[in-house]
Design a protein around this ligand. Structure first.
Ligand code: SF4
Ligand code: SF4
Ligand code: SF4
Length: 466
């Protein structure tokens, strides 16, 4: 993929692909321009306070100084003053480890395990609603599993409890779900009527999807999932699609994206390379090679754009500045089926080797107390900061901020080191820079002009769940 780069100080980078003319990239200002050698040399001198050099390339010395400075608001983002009191207004309830599918690459062994205790759920919901009421904010409740289809009565009871408690507290609460979409018609209609947004995992064509996302009896699931989507659409539920791409399914990626565009109305389709944990390791599934993933992704992106849809990859962000790749360091208030507090959507089992890194407390089984380990919270936040600082050399650091913490820790990537995911991120960020340079908004599906020089990235919620 041949992406090379050089940091000109903390905030400006020279980035090139395969030795092409470099792009001068100032991520904090959302500035990208193509530069020849003479321009680069003068820019370099200008950064060294050579005012004549700055004027020779049409920049005022103050402008150059601004480009070289990390604004105070960005510094505050990187070194946030965390609230002393833990009072989240959103919660992710992992209702169950159980699942209605047995995907061959499931990282969390979906299908085996337990449901959450009702008093634990009650306590978590009342906690966030109480915080939202006191702080005058809206609340958010997200449901995950496993899959809620495997604990349907519990899911319905939870939804209706959240609705009733929100009404009683006078709090506006939005409900979302991460799901496999494998429902009866009645279940899909219920979700459409009660849930505002969903992320649905589908891998592509029947040949691709039904090879990996199988029922407990080994049967196909796609037709049922597509029926659910049709019901979601007619009920007005907003959803996006999340694809897991393996080495085996990669050659079919463009065809799979075309299939999803033809058969669903999803505006956004996210394609993520498999990260082999859990069942994927036992199944000997391989992640795609980074270079091959990028090539297939580019083809598929063109296909999606042809349908007016947007294909995304989690690391491909070109603006904004974040203290961490996702919201885990706040920390995310996630409650597992065992009642543990987790800040990672993938680390749900107490016997997961990464549980010690991502669990930071628990709710007593009878709901009598929420116990937060403040030292562990501090360690989680400090880890996020260290991880981002270890990436300071990279032109993607401000938006990528050190990548998914779970994968980084699991892979053992050290400060200053890169992984295959970094190669993908850099190549696709470079594509976005080229797109911006051509006057297009790289976050929109087709040639819409960017509203401002900086292009916003999506919310830093976990995008890794399958
Ligand atoms: S990947 Fe998701 S849908 Fe598939 S078995 Fe695991 S939890 Fe269930
Ligand atoms: S992006 Fe990674 S660290 Fe963040 S919640 Fe998802 S899996 Fe966990
Ligand atoms: S994780 Fe990789 S791509 Fe992301 S900022 Fe760090 S080095 Fe760059």
């Amino acid at each position: 993929m041949g992406i090379s780069w050089q940091a000109l100080g903390d905030t400006v980078f020279l980035v090139s692909r395969d030795g092409d003319r470099p792009l001068l990239y100032a991520p904090l200002q959302g500035l990208v321009l193509e530069a020849n050698d003479a321009y680069v040399e003068r820019f370099r001198a200008a950064l060294g306070a050579d005012e004549d050099a700055a004027r020779a390339i049409g920049l005022e010395p103050e402008t150059v100084a601004d480009l070289a400075r990390v604004p105070d608001e960005v510094r505050r983002t990187f070194d946030p003053v965390w609230p002393e009191v833990f009072e989240p207004t959103s919660v992710t309830l992992f209702l169950t480890h159980k699942c209605t599918l047995r995907c061959v690459y499931c990282y969390c062994e979906g299908g085996a395990g337990r449901d959450i205790d009702w008093p634990v759920l009650e306590r978590a919901v009342r906690f966030v609603l109480g915080n939202a009421q006191r702080l005058g904010r809206d609340a958010r409740v997200a449901f995950h599993g496993g899959d809620v289809g495997a604990c349907w009565p519990l899911f319905r009871r939870a939804v209706e409890f959240v609705e009733a408690e929100s009404a009683a507290a006078g709090v506006k609460t939005s409900l979302s779900i991460g799901t496999n979409g494998f429902y009866t018609e009645e279940q899909a209609a219920y979700i459409a009527a009660h849930i505002a947004s969903a992320t649905v995992s589908i891998d592509g064509t029947p040949a691709v999807h039904d090879r990996s996302r199988i029922t407990p009896g080994g049967g196909p699931s796609l037709a049922t999932v597509l029926r659910s989507l049709a019901i979601f659409e007619s009920g007005g539920l907003s959803y996006s699609i999340r694809m897991t791409v393996t080495a085996e399914s990669l050659p079919a990626l463009a065809g799979s994206v075309a299939y999803l565009c033809e058969n669903t109305h999803a505006r956004t389709i996210r394609a993520e390379p498999l990260y082999a944990r859990g069942r994927a390791t036992a199944s000997h599934l391989q992640a795609p090679e980074p270079e091959a993933f990028v090539a297939a992704y580019r083809q598929a992106r063109t296909v999606a754009e042809g349908y007016g849809r947007r294909l995304t990859y989690s690391g491909a962000r070109i603006s904004g500045s974040a203290p961490a790749f996702c919201s885990f360091a706040r920390p995310t208030f996630g409650v597992t089926p065992h009642g543990d507090l987790t800040c990672c959507y993938e680390i749900l089992h107490p016997d997961d080797p990464l549980a010690a890194e991502f669990f930071y407390g628990h709710i007593e089984p009878d709901g009598s107390a929420i116990v937060v380990d403040e030292e562990q919270v501090a360690a989680i936040r400090a880890g996020a900061k260290t991880r981002r600082q270890g990436c300071a050399h990279c032109f993607c650091v401000y938006a990528c901020a050190g990548d998914c913490a779970a994968k980084t820790i699991d892979s053992g990537r050290g400060d200053g080191e890169s992984t295959g995911r970094c190669e993908i991120t850099r190549a696709l960020v470079y594509d976005m820079l080229e797109c911006a340079l051509a006057g297009q908004d790289p976050t929109k599906p087709t040639g819409e002009a960017p509203p401002v020089s900086a292009v916003a990235v999506g919310p830093h919620l976990c995008v890794e769940r399958s």
